[in-house]
Design a protein around this ligand. Structure first.
Ligand code: GTP
Ligand code: MG
Length: 362
């Protein structure tokens, strides 16, 4: 499956149905008055933020989405049926831009929030509307109006407090699934994480932190190699970087510099964030206290330390669940107050679809 984080589509409100010209012709009133009904309204297109999706693949089904057209009016002053509206579901954390000028139209950060994207066209009026004292038998009716249209670009920006940044196979998915309630995809091959998984970690005080598993970084990712830029975007919305190093590789300085180089090439400010360095797979190599101190000393003299706000180093085994309690404690120490994601997901569960605001683009 492809990681779909950006989709460009066009949306068209349905065309309004046309009104008709007709006259009542009953048995004893062969020359009855005008009775041509109005056309139905064209269907609108709505956007809805869903928590059950985590990428935009569903939108790839079509290039153009159209609300249904309104039906033509009927005799006996009956209106045509309104065209059905269409609801496009996208993951929470999607932003929608106007493709023409790049302006941000919607930022769907609240679950179940819903917006109107384009309105369907008005139905045309049937001839009975035009009857007046001077004109008893109008022979004309209106055509329906076309719906609104927009060219859009949908983009995902994941929402989490902290992001796991590491080379492929460092153990990010294993760590996420072993510290959080949500299961991540685990595999012994590169790029198992094709979707940005977000895990929820809860402590004894029922505080929550949302941790994003960011697909493995490889050299030149910032230039488009591997999954490239598409997933570097996910790092933008977190406020803590967790550099996960593969303890088996034993080349921490080089690994950190490589990770930083890719992040920095994408956006320099990402390097100035608070960070934790986590050395994983400590079950494979016995990192005793002396070794740990040596590694800390070497790293704290490295170029990495100068830019990353005195990151701390923790040694764990994600697989054997060793050191995870220390890791979780450390994580919470960075977020003494309710986090943005915590508030955001809280709002999400209390937000009711019926209460959500609809913004009109008219
Ligand atoms: N021995 C050992 N193996 C581990 C540990 N953590 C992860 N692994 C193994 O390392 C391999 C890769 O783990 P993943 O969690 O899929 O790695 P990842 O960083 O998510 O990889 P990508 O999604 O490709 O970026 C798997 O075979 C894991 O079982 C650990 O603490 N010790
Ligand atoms: Mg993974």
């Amino acid at each position: 499956m492809k990681f779909v984080d950006e989709v460009k589509i066009s949306v068209f409100g349905g065309h309004g149905g046309r009104g008709i010209v007709s006259f009542d012709r009953e048995k004893y009133r062969p020359n009855g008055g005008p009775s041509g009904g109005n056309g139905g309204r064209g269907g609108d297109i709505y956007l809805r933020a869903s928590t059950s999706l985590n990428h935009l693949g569903k939108l790839l089904q079509k290039k153009n989405y159209r609300g249904a057209n309104g039906e033509t009016g009927r005799g006996q002053k009956q209106s045509g049926i309104n065209g059905k509206s269409l609801v496009l579901e996208v993951p929470v954390g999607t932003e929608v831009l106007n493709e023409k000028d790049g302006t941000l139209l919607f930022d769907l950060s609240i679950a179940n929030s819903s917006y109107i994207l384009v309105k369907g066209g008005k139905g045309g009026l049937g001839n009975y509307n035009f009857k007046n004292s001077r004109e008893q038998k109008p022979e004309y009716a209106q055509l329906g109006e076309p719906g609104e249209e927009l060219q859009l670009c949908f983009r995902i920006k994941s929402i989490a407090d902290a992001g796991l940044i590491g080379l492929t196979n460092a153990g990010k998915s294993t760590l996420l699934s072993n510290v959080s309630r949500k299961k991540a995809e685990i595999g012994n091959y590169p790029f198992t994480t094709l979707l940005p998984n977000i895990g929820l970690i809860e402590n004894e005080e029922h505080r929550r932190i949302y941790l994003a598993d960011i697909p493995g970084l490889i050299a030149n990712a910032s230039k488009g190699a591997g999954l490239g830029l598409s997933f570097l975007k996910h790092i933008e919305r977190v406020s803590l970087n967790i550099y996960l190093l593969d303890g088996e590789r034993f080349d921490f300085q080089k690994e950190l510099i490589l990770l930083q180089k890719e992040l920095g090439a994408y956006k320099k400010s990402l390097l100035e964030r608070r960070s934790i360095v986590v050395v994983n797979k400590c079950d494979l190599i016995d990192y005793d206290i002396k070794m740990q101190n040596e590694i800390k000393k070497t790293l704290s003299n490295s170029k990495f330390w100068k830019t990353s706000h005195k990151a701390e180093i923790i040694f764990i085994s994600a697989k054997d669940k060793k050191g995870l309690d220390i890791f979780i404690k450390k994580l919470f120490s960075f977020f003494p107050q309710k986090t943005l994601a915590e508030q955001f997901f809280e709002n999400q569960s209390s937000e009711k679809f019926s209460k959500t605001k609809l913004r009109h683009l008219a």
